[in-house]
Design a protein around this ligand. Structure first.
Ligand code: ZN
Length: 313
């Protein structure tokens, strides 16, 4: 884990926060004094700061704590994502955010328009657990980003842009505002999945996922960038690759070009229908008037005939 609680001040201490980089001795001192506590079980944790591993905390005594049961891969992805988010959102970023459901949230950003959550996945999640997780996220975050550890990615040997997806990946594919194309005269939004390779520090996004072989083989448009080059949407926290926004603008301009003549044609058709309906209504009114006049004439003629008959009697 990367977060500990200061036993006396109750404040969060994030081991990989840049502000601790030149104050490791202070962290070591707090460790010796048993002043660093796990936020979940409140047991003392120790600082692990070697050359090989990312600076983190571990329980001093083995505990059955949800924070201890996280794989090293999830931890590494969490650290990488956090580092990138801090560059973008500064103090608004935290990691291992405690909440009432499951283990803490890997990374979290507080913005004026709501929370942005990042949840790292390294194995399939049972359907019941997934719905609890998704429901819980709705209560705490405006935007949720599912980030898969790259060990879950299973490209097909014969076609590396096609993926064999688990039920969990299929259930958590997300629509992206950047993943749009015009198909048969309509604007279509595609679904994406994103993977982080912690060894290479790379974000691997698969866009426009489409089922090509039921139930689990999907074609995709893959895009890869070093995490350091990944762009982050300030409002939604969505990850994007260089050039994707520009590509989106091209599609949007094309859509405007298609959409406007389409709307004009629809308006013309509506006017034509309205005029035709009006003409029909006028015609019906004229027929009704003619009929009424005819009836009146017939009645007058009948009256006259009857009066002539009575006079001749
Ligand atoms: Zn604990």
């Amino acid at each position: 884990m990367f977060k500990a609680i200061h036993a006396e001040t109750g404040k969060d201490i994030i081991s990989i926060d840049p502000s601790w980089a030149d104050r490791i001795d202070l962290l070591r001192l707090l460790d010796r004094q048993n002043k660093l506590l796990c936020q979940e079980c409140r047991e003392p944790v120790r600082l692990k700061a070697g050359d090989e591993k990312v600076r983190h905390f571990a329980h001093k005594h083995l505990k059955n704590c949800s924070l201890a049961n996280v794989s090293p891969e999830v931890l590494m992805v969490r650290a990488l994502v956090y580092a990138r988010l801090v560059q973008e959102f500064g103090d608004h970023t935290t990691l291992e955010k405690a909440w009432t459901i499951s283990r803490p949230i890997d990374c979290f950003v507080d913005t004026a328009s709501g929370g942005i959550a990042y949840w790292v996945i390294d194995r399939g999640i049972k359907r019941e657990d997934r719905s609890v997780l998704e429901e819980g996220m709705k209560g705490i975050a405006t935007h949720v980003h599912w980030i898969f550890a790259s060990s879950m990615r299973k490209p097909l040997q014969e076609n590396p842009s096609a993926l064999s997806l688990t039920t969990t990946e299929r259930a958590l594919m997300a629509q992206s505002s950047l993943d749009v194309e015009i198909k048969n005269g309509d604007l279509v939004r595609g679904k994406s999945l994103q993977y982080v390779d912690h060894k290479a520090a790379i974000l691997d996004t698969h866009r426009s996922l489409e089922l090509v072989h039921a139930p689990q083989v999907y074609s995709s448009k893959p895009k890869m960038s070093p995490l350091a080059d990944v762009l982050i949407a300030p409002k939604t926290g969505e990850f994007a690759h260089t050039g994707e926004h520009e590509q989106f603008l091209v599609v949007k301009a094309e859509w405007d070009r298609v959409k406007i003549p389409k709307r004009i044609a629809a308006e013309k058709e509506a006017t034509r229908l309205r005029i035709a309906q009006q003409a029909e209504a006028e015609r019906q009114a004229w027929i009704a008037k003619e009929k009424a006049e005819l009836h009146a004439d017939l009645a007058a003629m009948a009256a006259r005939a009857s009066s002539l008959r009575s006079r001749s009697d």
